[in-house]
Design a protein around this ligand. Structure first.
Ligand code: NA7
Length: 549
C-alpha cells in the first residue's frame, strides 16, 4: 500500500477528468487523475464498435476556451470519429503536460470522508491510497454497460460471440458473419449502418424503434475550415448565449405558429442539413415541450420512414409508437439499410426474445434467429450506474453512502450538477443534472464554477470544507423535476428523463407504463446560458446554500 497525499484527486480521464486535471494544476493544486481503463478517453476509450462516431459538430466537440487550440484543430469532416476524438484528448494531455499527472489502469474502490482529518481517503485497485482535500468524480454518464436480462445469456451456451457495444473487440471481423444487434438507440443505429454491407445476414432486434434523421456527414473544405476559424469569436459568443451550445441557432418560434407548408419546408431543410440535435432544437422551440408540436415532427419523420423503406412489413416495424422525445439519434443511411435483402428486422415488441440458445436467439413466435455474433447495443446504466459500480461506494459525512443519499432524494442529484449535501469537498463533473448541452462546453462551465467556489473558499479564509445545505439541494431537485415534468421526454421511457421502464414498453398513447420509477430529471434542462446566469447570481448573492467551515 502506498499512501499519497495530494490536494486533489480526479477520478476519470475522459473529457471531464482531463479538463478538471488541467484546471486544478493551473491554479497550483497538487493533483492526479486516475482511470480504470488502460488508456485515456473515458467513454470514448470504451466505445470502439464499428461505426462509432460523435454527432456533435467537429469544431464544437472540443474545449473552445483555448483559442489557439481551436484555430489549430484538424478535421476533415463535420463530425469526428471515435479515434479522432481520442487523438484530440491525447493532444490536450500532451499540450498541457498532463500525462505525468495521470495514472491509468487504476480503479477507485471506494472513497471515504475523514471528518477529523478533513480529507478524502481513496483506496485503489493498485494498492495506492490517495489522501486528498478535494475529490472530483467525472465517471461519465455511460460508464456502466447495461446487459439485457435474456435467459441463456449468462450461461455461455451460445456458440458465437457476444459483445456489448462498449466492450467491443476490434480484432473481431464481422465480414460475412450472421450478425444480431439488440437495441436501436444511437449506438444500435450506428452499428446497423456499419454492419449492413459487411454482414452476411443482419438481424436487428428492435423493441421500441426510435426516430432517426440523417446525420449529414460531409467533408469540410479548407475554405469552410477557414470560415469556421474566422468566426471563432461568434462561435464563442453563441456557445454562452445558447441553451445547448450545439453550433446552430435555436429559434424561438413554435412549430404551431407557422403554416403547414412552412413547417414542412423547415423540417425538410433540417432533414437535408442533418443532425439529430439540430432537428430537435434547430427548427422550432417546442418540439420537446409541446405534444402537439412534437406530433408534427413525428408525422414528418414517419412519412420519411415510409418513403425510404420499401418493404411495408419492415417499414411498419420501424415506425416509432411514441413521441419524438428520447435523446435524438442520427445516422448515415439507417433506414436505407433495410432495403437490403440481408438486413432483417426482428420485431421483439410483437414477439419478445425468449432465450439465447446454442445457435442464436429464439423469439416468442418460436423462430430461431441463427447468429455468429450478438451485439448488445442495449445502452448503459446511465448517470448513476458508474457510482453504483464503485466497489465500496463513496461515503460522505457520518459514513453516508452516496447512492443511499441519492435514493433518499429521489435519484442521482447534484446541486449545479456538482455539489452533494453531506459530501464536503466533493465535486461531480458531467454527472447528474449537468446542463443538457454540448458535452465539452457543459464541462467547461462546471469547471469554471468549481474554480469560482474554490476562490471563494480562499476569500473566506481558506476554510477546511465546502459543502451545500440539504435545503438548497432539495430546492434544486424540485426545480429540475418541475421543469422536466413539462417536457415531452417525460412521456417516454428514456435514460435522459430518468424515467426508465423496466420492460422498455411504451404504451400506444405514447406514455411510459406505470411501473416506471417516479420521474427524476437527470439534466439541467435550461442549458448553458441559464447555467452561467445562475452561477453569476450565486456569486452576486454571496453563495447562498454554501457552507464554508
Ligand atoms: P440507449 O439509447 O439507451 O438505447 C438502448 C437500446 O437498447 C434501446 O433501443 C433499448 O430498447 C434497447 N434495449 C435495452 N435493453 C433491452 C432488452 N432487454 N431487450 C431489448 N432491447 C433492449 O443506448 P445507446 O447505447 O444507443 O445510446 C446511449 C448514449 O450513447 C446515447 O444517448 C448517446 O449519448 C451516446 P427500448 O427502447 O428500451 O425498448
Amino acid at each position: 500500500m502506498t499512501e499519497t497525499h495530494l490536494d486533489a484527486l480526479v477520478v476519470g480521464a475522459g473529457f471531464g477528468g482531463i479538463h478538471m486535471l488541467r484546471s486544478f494544476l493551473n491554479i497550483g493544486l497538487r493533483c492526479r487523475a486516475v482511470d480504470k481503463y488502460t488508456d485515456l478517453g473515458g467513454t470514448w476509450h470504451a466505445n470502439r464498435y464499428p461505426g462509432v462516431m460523435s454527432d456533435s459538430y467537429s469544431h464544437m466537440y472540443r474545449f473552445t476556451a483555448d483559442r489557439d487550440d481551436f484555430l489549430d484543430a484538424s478535421f476533415t469532416k463535420n463530425y469526428l470519429t471515435r479515434d479522432e476524438i481520442v487523438a484530440y484528448l491525447n493532444h490536450v494531455v500532451d499540450k498541457n503536460s498532463l500525462r505525468e499527472h495521470m495514472q491509468l489502469s487504476t480503479e477507485v474502490l471506494s472513497a471515504e470522508w475523514d471528518d477529523a482529518a478533513k480529507r478524502w481517503r481513496v483506496p485503489c485497485s493498485t494498492g495506492d491510497v490517495f489522501v486528498v482535500k478535494y475529490l472530483v468524480t467525472s465517471l461519465g454518464l455511460f460508464g456502466k454497460n447495461k446487459l439485457p436480462d435474456i435467459p441463456g445469456l449468462a450461461d455461455g451456451k451460445f456458440k458465437g460471440r457476444v459483445m456489448h457495444s462498449a466492450a467491443w473487440d476490434r480484432n473481431y471481423d464481422i465480414d460475412g458473419k450472421r450478425v444480431g444487434i439488440i437495441g436501436s438507440g444511437s449506438t444500435g443505429i450506428q452499428l446497423t449502418v456499419a454492419s449492413a454491407s459487411k454482414a452476411k445476414e443482419l438481424h436487428c432486434f428492435i423493441r421500441n424503434p426510435q426516430y432517426s434523421v440523417p446525420a449529414g456527414i460531409r467533408d469540410i473544405t479548407p475554405n469552410e475550415h477557414r470560415k469556421i476559424n474566422n468566426s471563432y469569436d461568434d462561435i464563442r459568443r453563441q456557445i454562452y448565449e445558447s441553451k445547448t451550445s450545439s453550433g446552430f441557432a435555436e429559434p424561438s418560434r413554435s412549430a404551431l405558429s407557422v403554416s403547414r407548408e412552412e413547417r414542412e419546408q423547415i423540417f425538410e431543410d433540417l432533414w437535408r442539413l442533418g443532425g439529430g440535435f439540430r432537428f430537435l432544437w434547430g427548427g422550432f422551440s417546442d418540439i420537446g415541450l409541446n405534444l402537439e408540436a412534437n406530433e408534427e415532427a413525428c408525422i414528418f419523420l414517419r412519412k420519411k420512414i415510409l418513403q425510404i423503406v420499401r418493404d411495408p412489413v419492415k417499414a411498419k416495424a420501424l415506425l416509432p409508437r411514441e413521441p419524438y422525445a428520447r435523446r435524438p439519434p442520427c445516422d448515415d443511411g439507417y433506414y436505407e439499410c433495410f432495403n437490403r435483402d440481408n438486413v432483417h428486422i426482428v420485431d421483439i415488441h410483437a414477439a419478445p426474445i425468449t432465450q439465447l440458445e446454442e445457435r442464436g436467439i429464439r423469439t416468442a413466435d418460436g423462430v430461431l434467429h441463427e447468429l455468429d455474433i450478438l451485439a448488445l447495443a442495449t445502452g448503459f446504466e446511465a448517470v448513476d450506474g458508474p457510482y453504483k459500480a464503485l466497489q465500496n461506494g463513496i461515503k460522505g459525512r457520518g459514513g453516508k453512502q452516496l447512492t443511499e443519499h441519492w435514493d433518499s432524494v429521489g435519484g442521482a442529484s447534484a446541486y449545479m450538477g456538482v455539489f452533494v449535501s453531506h459530501f464536503p469537498n466533493f465535486f461531480i463533473v458531467n454527472g447528474p443534472q449537468v446542463p443538457v448541452a454540448n458535452v465539452p462546453t457543459a464541462i467547461e462551465v462546471q469547471a469554471n464554477f468549481i474554480l469560482d467556489v474554490l476562490r471563494e473558499q480562499v476569500a473566506k479564509g481558506n476554510s477546511d470544507t465546502i459543502e451545500i445545505t440539504p435545503e438548497i439541494e432539495a430546492k434544486w431537485i424540485a426545480s429540475n423535476n418541475n421543469i422536466g415534468a413539462g417536457m415531452v421526454a417525460n412521456k417516454v421511457s428514456s435514460w435522459t428523463s430518468g424515467k426508465i421502464v423496466t420492460n422498455g414498453t411504451t404504451q400506444s398513447n405514447g406514455t411510459a407504463e406505470s411501473n416506471s420509477k417516479p420521474p427524476h430529471n437527470h439534466f439541467f434542462l435550461p442549458g448553458i446560458k441559464a447555467y452561467v446566469a445562475l452561477t453569476e447570481d450565486i456569486k452576486a448573492n454571496n453563495y447562498p446554500g454554501f457552507v464554508f467551515s
